[in-house]
Design a protein around this ligand. Structure first.
Ligand SMILES: [Zn+2]
Length: 256
């Protein structure tokens, strides 16, 4: 059986048998793969800390095409993201981002840009000032949506493509099903629309343009709850497998 190499982020691990573990990995080379790691929990192999949730690791594994479960040969740590794991807020934000990737039904499909985005998100998630953690998550989710081909339209009407944001004041209309803002002329009588403020849409447009621009968002004007209430129904419609992110529910429960 041929040996293959990959680098990936640990999405989750399930204990198996006495000492083994099945690890779900989001890889640069092959999308999501599941690896059986024999003796993962045995101190002799020294893999327990390498295979932790959220760690960026390199693996060598026995690859068999069409098999749902591959077998690990070796693993090494590239970045453990300790800054994330040592802080509850950072951890929950990072968990929400990886949960989104985890739920996507993208299977074994290489998407190096999405992988790179995830690594950058985890990297920034460990260092960014705490008040920007929620905008960072929104930025990540919006850019992941763009890379997957369903980024929402924040400037142009989804039907006539007229720019309605540059002059927009007050409330705009947003169609979760149509995937963006819609102008007054194109509105359908029985359509379902949300009414975000033009300021919120401007903030989301900025956040969708790059993780490095997150700190440009007016932090006092950015209400995460409003952003999430707007985007949640959109993702439910467009992102296969998406439901409310559990990590965010946990955050709410702990008062985040
Ligand atoms: Zn229109």
């Amino acid at each position: 059986m041929p040996l293959s190499k990959a680098e990936g982020v640990v999405l989750r691990g399930i204990k198996f048998g006495e000492t083994s573990k099945i690890v779900a990995l989001y890889t640069k080379e092959l999308g999501k793969i599941n690896l059986m790691v024999k003796g993962a929990r045995s101190p002799r192999r020294g893999l327990a800390s390498t295979l932790q949730f959220l760690s960026h690791i390199g693996v060598v594994y026995y690859f068999k095409e069409g098999r749902g479960l591959q077998f690990l040969s070796q693993a090494h740590l590239i970045n453990p993201f300790w800054e994330i794991k040592g802080n509850l807020e950072r951890f929950l934000i990072a968990s929400a981002g990886t949960e989104f990737i985890s739920r996507l039904q993208i299977g074994q499909q290489s998407h190096p840009d999405l992988f790179l985005l995830l690594i950058n998100f985890l990297d920034r998630g460990g260092n960014i000032a705490p008040q920007y953690l929620k905008p960072l998550l929104v930025s990540f989710l919006l850019q992941a949506s763009q890379l997957l081909g369903y980024g929402p339209s924040f400037s142009r009407c989804i039907h006539c493509e007229r720019d309605i944001l540059s002059q927009g004041e007050g409330d705009l209309l947003f169609s979760p099903e149509g995937g963006g803002v819609i102008c007054n002329e194109c509105v359908k009588r029985n359509g379902y629309y949300l009414k975000p403020s033009a300021d919120l849409i401007r903030a989301l447009k900025l956040l969708s343009s790059g993780l490095e621009r997150v700190e440009e968002v007016g932090i006092n004007d950015f209400d995460f709850g409003s952003a999430y209430r707007l985007l949640n129904p959109f993702w439910e419609y467009y992102a296969p497998g998406y439901r409310n992110l559990k990590s965010l529910e946990v955050w709410q429960e702990v008062g985040g």
